[in-house]
Design a protein around this ligand. Structure first.
Ligand code: SF4
Length: 416
């Protein structure tokens, strides 16, 4: 930890020299990759060890090849990128890594000093700050959607204008209908054409079908995994639960993601029967918050029993017409549309997993998360499951009241 803090201090000292900071960040990621490769944490199941390496490598690949990369958010239809061998960089991942390097405060301050509102989600502020300081090299393309996150469209529009990089925004209607599916399908066809133009290469439809096929196999494994989550205790941490976003969203459809889920199902089958208390998380997990780390990382008394964001879509996608299939997926994800759809998905997951408690960590600036907290609390109370709602920040550590969090978290865990 001290080495990371010294590294962070050194980067901060050089913030005025973007080329040097870029190199330092790349070096940090390179070391992180090799560290986890050669010094495996023995407590970690094989699957998470694999995911750890894969996730870091994905970030390294996109940063190393900016002209073969596209900036996206977690809800972007990245199947097209994987099929065209374009490296996606999702802003939530980049910002989390910067927080892991303890430099998010500098990046956020840089964004705010340029007039970015301090109430914007810190995943976005961190990324915007990095672009303001010139430590992010412009990609060749950007993709976002209108799903769930109100911060996405303004952030991506700003970045696209600033860097002069083409942006594709997929507008996803709230309700499922034949018309809505054709509307999104048409946008996806336009997206494919724009990607072909920007990257000067053809989208191979058979390869896209292959990606969707792999995605369907992966989702079948996710459903299988869910059968065990409530019955077994898999040793994990807040960070690995968040790393699962690589597998459940941006890199779904890749061979590596399929391999991860195969390993995960095998690991959970071998895991010991459930002991201690299990806690289901709504939305994202505060992986840098000291108290949460203390209680949940490789916890014996308390363990993480999933989070709804990793299971926002569990059906099959049409393999013959991937444009139609992906359009349906975007519309039907539980995070799209009214809160009632998300609540139904959370109810289904709770019935499957049967956790002892639910925690919703309301990330500062995330309006969709805060806006739904009372409805989810009502669901928890109907189902007789203790519920804790805490406010804080998953990226900007300055916004976490650790003393208050400790009191409330401990009281909740005590009650379980
Ligand atoms: S936490 Fe909320 S506001 Fe921030 S990126 Fe995620 S969905 Fe968007």
């Amino acid at each position: 930890m001290d080495a990371v803090k010294s590294y962070s201090k050194f980067i901060k000292k050089n913030m005025e020299r973007p080329e040097k900071v870029k190199k330092l960040i790349n070096l940090g990621l390179f070391i992180a990759y090799h560290y986890v490769k050669f010094f495996r944490d023995k407590r970690l199941p094989e699957s998470f060890h694999f995911l750890n390496k894969y996730s870091i490598k994905c970030v390294i690949d996109s940063l190393n090849q900016p002209q073969n990369s596209a900036w996206v958010n977690i809800f972007a239809p990245s199947e097209f990128l994987i099929a065209m061998d374009i490296k996606p960089l999702f802003i939530e991942a980049y910002s989390s890594f910067m927080s892991g390097f303890f430099i998010e405060d500098c990046l956020i301050d840089a964004a705010e000093s340029k007039g970015i509102s301090n109430t914007l989600c810190s995943y976005h502020k961190t990324f915007l700050g990095a672009s303001e300081l010139g430590i992010l090299e412009k990609p060749r393309f950007m993709i976002t959607t209108s799903i769930a996150c109100d911060a996405n469209i303004p952030t991506f529009r700003y970045l696209s204008k600033k860097f002069g990089v083409p942006l594709c925004i997929i507008d996803v209607p709230y309700k499922y209908s034949k018309e809505a599916v054709s509307y999104v399908k048409k946008q996806l066809q336009e997206l494919a054409a724009k990607l072909e133009e920007a990257f000067k290469r053809k989208l191979d439809l058979d390869k896209l079908r292959e990606i969707v096929k792999t995605e369907n196999k992966t989702r079948a494994l996710m459903r299988e995994y869910l059968n065990y989550v409530g019955k077994k205790t898999l040793q994990t941490t807040m960070t690995f639960e968040m790393y699962m976003l690589f597998a459940s969203h941006v890199f779904i459809g890749s061979k590596e993601t399929l391999k991860f889920y195969e390993m995960l199902v095998s690991d959970i089958k071998k895991a010991p029967e459930k002991s201690g208390k299990s806690v289901f998380f709504v939305h994202i997990l505060p992986m840098f918050e000291t108290n949460f780390k203390q209680y949940f990382n490789f916890g014996e008394k308390y363990h993480i029993a999933g989070s709804d964001i990793n299971f926002d879509f569990l059906h099959e996608i049409d393999e013959n017409d991937p444009f139609l299939g992906i359009a349906e997926r975007l519309i039907l994800t539980s995070l799209n549309g009214g809160i009632d759809r998300r609540v139904s998905r959370i109810r289904e997951l709770l019935e499957y997993i049967k956790p002892d408690g639910i925690i919703q960590f309301c990330h500062l600036g995330c309006k969709q998360s805060m806006g739904g907290a009372f409805v989810i609390k009502k669901l928890a109370s109907e189902m007789g499951i203790p519920f804790l709602c805490l406010d804080g920040d998953c990226v900007d550590k300055r916004n976490n009241q650790e003393g208050q969090n400790r009191t409330r978290l401990e009281a909740f865990l005590e009650m379980l």
